[in-house]
Design a protein around this ligand. Sequence first.
Ligand SMILES: Nc1ncnc2c1ncn2[C@@H]1O[C@H](COP(=O)(O)OP(=O)(O)OP(=O)(O)O)[C@@H](O)[C@H]1O
Ligand SMILES: O=P(O)(O)OC[C@H]1O[C@H](OP(=O)(O)OP(=O)(O)O)[C@H](O)[C@@H]1O
Length: 207
Amino acid sequence: MLRIALAKGRLQEDFLDLIYQNQGTMSQNKRSLRLTDRLRNWEILLPKSQDVPQYLDMGMADIGVVGKDVLLECKSNLKEVMDLELGRCKMVIAGPTENKGKVKYKTVATKYPNIAKDIFKNKGIDAEIIYLQGSVELAVATGIADIIVDIVQTGRTLKENGLVVYEELFDINAKLVVSNAISSRKFAMIDSLINELQRGGERCEYI
Ligand SMILES: Nc1ncnc2c1ncn2[C@@H]1O[C@H](COP(=O)(O)OP(=O)(O)OP(=O)(O)O)[C@@H](O)[C@H]1O
Ligand SMILES: O=P(O)(O)OC[C@H]1O[C@H](OP(=O)(O)OP(=O)(O)O)[C@H](O)[C@@H]1O
């Protein structure tokens, strides 16, 4: 049995769509956090995105599907075996449109405190990092912070909250990562998964 830790949320939906192309998955109990694919001999676990590396580190999953942002934030040393065409976005510094080019970086709201700390340290800027669990755009709109370090995809959230990108930091996409404790007996199953992902998945009614 190959145990896959798949980040619950966006990546869960995109990965399951890719593999199952909506065949069969909709009959699944939506609140269940463990899915079984008997045909492929997979157990799919659905932890929160930020917890995927921990599931692999603790030996509870063999392989993970998780964003590069999460891997960088937790300074993970998991081996990345495949780039996935899922969860494509960018990490940026953003702030109010009217302050672009003027703002003195002081307070930075972010869901990514470690990434943000490193960015401003490398710039030689002594920034105060305010850690928030999400909706970080709101922190600038309400005056809690001057700028944010966050993910942008369509740019809609920034726009609708009066913010613009000040600096693009790096591209992000989902990665297939492997546990450092993986048994060599599972290599063939991982190869099959990679092959299937490369082919864009196949129709299957078993989940
Ligand atoms: N707007 C976006 N568009 C595309 N990919 C995104 C976007 N936001 C995040 N991602 C990528 O998808 C991954 C999962 O995002 P998702 O929002 O499902 O979980 P999350 O970041 O843990 O959010 P939440 O705390 O709301 O569950 C992120 O780690 C990132 O790599
Ligand atoms: O550029 P866009 O397409 O608008 O996407 C960007 C938004 O998506 C993510 O938020 P998410 O929806 O995960 O909410 P959260 O930040 O509150 O967790 C990110 O933190 C931005 O707020």
